[in-house]
Design a binder for this molecule. Sequence first.
Ligand code: PMP
Length: 400
Amino acid sequence: MNIQETESRYTSGVYPKRELVLVRGEGVYVWDERGRRYLDATGGQGVALLGHNPPSVRAALREQMDRLMICPEIFYNDRRAALLHALQAILPGDRPWRIFLCNSGAEAVEAALKFARWRTGRVEIAAARRAFHGRTMGALSATWNPAYRQPFEPLVPGFRHIPFNDIAALEAAVGPQTAAVILEPIQGEGGVWPADPAFLQAARALCDRHGALLIFDEVQTGFGRTGRWFAAEHAGVLPDLIAMGKGMGGGFPIGAVAFPADWGPLPTGAHGSTFGGNPMACAAALAAIEAIRTEGLVERAAHLGAMFQERLQRIRSPLVREVRGRGLMIGVALRTRATPVLRRMMEDGVLALPAGPDVVRFLPPLIIEPEHLEQIAAALERALAEAPLPVPQAAEGGEG
Ligand code: PMP
């Protein structure tokens, strides 16, 4: 049996698979088992901020592996302390943060929801239509897509979804029972929709007025992806809780949620995770943050992202509806289905993501060079030139 057959036979089946076996990666490239090279504009689903197998993260992991791989949070650890300290310098605002460390984005969202309920003693959570926050029961309750939710109902009670960027709807939804409002500053899986700064500012003001908490899900937008360390900074809004994941560990699994230090510590036993704060993940995240800083990748994402958007906007195709996004988080909304376009781009050696049925999404490594961006744009241009002109059909799952 070959690799695909074996995996297909035994895997859960929950992922939409592509006909591609990846066996190696370096920088912006990945290789398949036949040695063919692909330019990875999926960035490993937004994880590979530093590209594949970044040398500094590899070195940190290797060193840590030789010293201590296992250290649950019932003990203190040097790498964990260093990471918690390093995060203070990059998290938004001037105030100190406390941080719960975990292993994924959904877990970070779960923790944020629990902490918000604990802190306020309230139950209700307002989220946005098109939002994606993960697929565990709490995170799924905040996620909007009915196709993801319905098979698993009843979900956690107390959640409601209001139209994104609709201040009046948010005003109507937030009140004295509201524990929290949870928002992605740029919706990712839902189609790459940036929040209006005025919407985020209104959310902040409404939460303050009603004693509710504002949670930003920066799992996809965090750590420089959008041209600021955190996308909250574009709107000048300071949330109470920030959920993080994806690129935080430079490719190693880690998630986190930050909350204001002046809350004091949460009660012992209020939450936990066996692998949370493990020294391997902490060492990887420390190295990743350091590399993002020293290589100037936040500014690079802002600069190259603006260039790339401008290039994509110059594509003259009747199939392009709109180019959206910020930094190196960019969606090209189409008047046709994204999947055949992505397939055609793959034949050209370029990997990209969908975001809903009709958006092609690019989450390339922040170390990418202008010529790579040109290669991506040219591959999209060619794919669109060959695509037929149908209208999008019913909703289809993303990969996120
Ligand atoms: N929140 C957002 C905004 C995301 O984009 C994702 C993943 N695409 C998640 C949460 C869930 O993260 P994970 O898959 O690591 O659980």
